[in-house]
Design a protein around this ligand. Structure first.
Ligand code: ADP
Ligand code: MG
Length: 242
């Protein structure tokens, strides 16, 4: 069970070649800017197609170049949230969330919306438009919309990087709670080393020159696989790059 990724993709000036798998845990995908973190999530979400390899979730194959499987993005069981806001500006929070439930029987919608409103602490904000929400509230609404479809994994590409520090701290807690409550694999991309160390059950580290190391923050800190990964995981500079 969980998420298994084994993909390769070449674009001008960059080659992605990564293999990792995670269970129902909070996995932080960490690495330098340009190391292929976003490209990996886009391949998982089906927005970009690997040249070769395989992606499966809970044993279900979503992409397999050898067998010519390439599931369309809307048919992949993932919630995908990025830094930007993709809520419909003319719809309330509640209608934005409900929009994701097209095709779900009406009797199930109410309870599913209530559950995500509760999990993301959106009580009292249901009837606001996105323009009437603060940055953290927008991200919580986007997470709610992603979760209401009952995905089998959450893909979060630097969802907090545009937020002020106090709100980021609050959002870290929200994501931890979501991971535990819904028992989902969560892949959280960050280039914030502090965020990575404090949030991760497991870290997936992209060295930038093709190496990938996976382990608990403690394991990685104690035994980095390459000098490059060691530098990446101990660099004070990274705290100041944001
Ligand atoms: P990260 O999210 O780790 O900062 P990205 O996955 O966005 O890195 O990008 C990895 C590398 O691939 C970068 O050098 C980027 O410029 C390049 N890249 C990403 N997407 C494309 C694309 N569609 N076409 C060409 N180059 C791309
Ligand atoms: Mg990125």
């Amino acid at each position: 069970m969980g998420l298994c990724v084994d993909i390769r993709k070449q674009v001008a000036g960059f080659a992605l070649d990564v293999t990792w798998d995670i269970g129902a845990e909070l996995a932080v995908l960490f690495g330098y800017s340009g190391s292929g973190k976003s490209m990996t999530l886009q391949c998982l979400a089906g927005l970009s197609t690997p040249d070769s390899g395989r992606i499966d979730c809970d044993g279900e194959v979503l992409f397999d170049s050898a067998r010519r499987v390439n599931r369309a993005p809307q048919r992949r069981p993932f919630g995908y949230v990025t830094q930007g806001c993709t809520l419909f500006p003319h719809m309330t929070v509640q209608r934005n969330i409900a929009y994701a439930l097209k095709g779900v029987p009406a009797r199930d919608r109410v309870s599913r919306i209530a559950e995500v409103v509760d999990a993301l602490q959106l009580h009292g904000l249901e009837h606001r438009l996105p323009g009437q929400l603060a940055g953290g509230q927008k991200q919580r609404a986007q997470l709610a919309r992603a979760l209401v479809r009952e995905p089998r994994a959450l893909l979060l590409d630097e969802p907090f990087s545009a937020l002020d520090t106090p709100v980021r701290v609050e959002m870290r807690q929200v994501v931890r709670e979501v991971c535990e409550r819904f028992r989902l694999p969560v892949v959280l991309v960050t280039h914030d080393l502090y965020e990575a160390y404090t949030m991760a059950d497991r870290m997936i580290v992209y060295s930038g020159s093709g190496d990938v190391q996976v382990g608990s923050p403690c394991e990685l800190f104690k035994s980095p696989a390459t000098p490059e990964i060691e530098t990446l995981l101990t660099s004070e500079r990274l705290f100041m790059l944001e």
